[in-house]
Every structure is written in C-alpha cells, then in structure tokens.
Design a protein around this ligand. Sequence first.
Ligand SMILES: Nc1ncnc2c1ncn2[C@@H]1O[C@H](COP(=O)(O)OP(=O)(O)OP(=O)(O)O)[C@@H](O)[C@H]1O
Length: 282
Amino acid sequence: MSPVIDPVVQIRGLWSVFHAGGEDVVVHRDLDLDIARGSLVSIVGGSGSGKTVLLRQILGLATPARGTVTVLGEPASRLARAGAATRVGMLFQHGALFSAFSVLDNIALPLRELRAFPETLVREAALVKLCMVGLSERDAHKMPAELSGGMIKRVALARALIMDPPLLLLDEPTAGLDPGSSDAFCGLLASLHRELGLTVVMVTHDLDTILELSTQIAVVADKRIVVSGPPQEVLAFDHPFVHDFFFGGRGRRAMTLLRERGLSVAAPPATAASAPDLLAPR
Ligand SMILES: Nc1ncnc2c1ncn2[C@@H]1O[C@H](COP(=O)(O)OP(=O)(O)OP(=O)(O)O)[C@@H](O)[C@H]1O
C-alpha cells in the first residue's frame, strides 16, 4: 500500500479487541489504512470482518487496543467530544430520525444543540441542507412516519451535513432501499461528493454502489486491510474474498447491470487476473 500524502484518515497498527464470554476477540490485527482528501472510499469485507468497528474507530467511538487513528490531523478520540459534527458527518445504518420531531427539526438538531446561533439562522441552515439533499420546503414540516425509506435517508444525510463537515462516513447507505431509491441516493452522494469536495467513506455490500461510486476500495479480510486502492487495482488483487465478492454470481450481475446503464465495463473475465479490463478509467 503506497502512503497517501495529506491523508484525511490515517490508521497505523490498529488492534481492535473485545472481551466476550471470558475471552479476548481480536477483530483487527495490525491494520493500516490511508484515506486521501477528496476520495470516495468503499470499505468492503465479509460479514463480521470488522467494517462497522472500523468506522467506529474513525469516529472515535471505539478505543484501539493498540495503534493510532488520526482524523484530520488529530487523534480520533478527540472527535468523540463536543463539536465533532463540524469535522465528521455520520450516517448510521439504522440512523433513525427522532419520531417526535419534524424533518426540519431533525436536520437542525446538531446545530441547535450548540446554542450558539439564533433560531432564524438555525432554521435557514436546515432549509438549505433540506434542499441540498433533493427534498423541498414542502417536506420540512412532515413527520418521520410520513416519509419513504429514501426520504428518511436523505433527511439523515442532511442532518449529517448540517455543520458542513469535510468528512462524511456512511454505514450501509443504500440498505433497505428499493433499486430505484438506491440509484437516486447514489446519484445524490456522487453529486455531493463532487460539488462539496467531501471525503466520503462508506461501508457497503452493495456492488452497484461500490462499482459506480468508489474512487478507492479498501478490503477488510484476515483482520486487516488486505488491499486498498483504485477499483482496477483492487479487482486485480489475488485474494479469495476479492475473487468471490467481485467475480461471484452477484459481482457478475452487478457488472452486467452497470454495462447496461452505459457505464463502460468490459465483460467479466474468466479469472481475476484480467480484472483491470473490467472498469474503464474514471
Ligand atoms: N461492542 C462489542 N463487543 C463485543 N464484540 C463486538 C462489539 N462490537 C463488535 N463486535 C464484534 O466485532 C466483530 C466485527 O463486527 P462488525 O459489526 O464491525 O462487523 P461488520 O464487518 O460490520 O459485519 P456486517 O457486514 O455483518 O455488518 C463481530 O464479530 C462483532 O460481534
């Protein structure tokens, strides 16, 4: 893995260990990862491989048993303190909205909690973010129970972005969405990434999303990052997880779908060795 200049996230020698049933469970062993400014990174790996724990380490919500996690030049543990929302926005997989609050109040919450700005400014900022995620002012006073799954994700995204953080973390952003809503949400992420110059890190199993959006893919296997780099490089990497995930049945279907949608993707190869041909240069 070649070092990244000026990384937004830099992880070195990370060990994540939990104590369960009287035993130590090692989830990450000596894991390294660099995330470059402005990249859109998908973290992939098998179920239980430690992807969500890795996001929690980046957020400073989990404590490394060993190693360092540096985010925007500071130890991640500092992010867990007040003011974190100005630096990192997080969309949790089950990041439910507060059901008793309107859409606008849900979005405004992190800003309002600071008690630093007048109410008119808070509401104006929330309205800007509401429109930024493709909702309209008509939606502002709706309650969460009145929203579709795709709208809920958009409101949660607007809330994550309320403080204009340079780094956005997403845990399974398209889980539970129908294919149409999932495509629309991917389109929104792509345009926000482009227009706001955000660094985006997402954990996802959704191959369409990974192949369509990622500038970098990081693969968690064997308790570490076994490969991290541009999609072409990762798809060519010889590892059983990479082979099964990208070239198993699901992977081939995703590649075919993307080709049908006009994304330049060559026919799946017989072996991973010819993977660099799969994706056109981005
Ligand atoms: N607080 C905790 N205490 C004990 N074990 C934990 C804790 N948090 C996570 N784990 C364990 O760490 C391992 C990795 O969990 P994690 O949720 O990161 O996996 P994942 O790769 O995100 O999986 P999935 O794709 O299924 O969501 C699992 O075995 C899980 O049981």
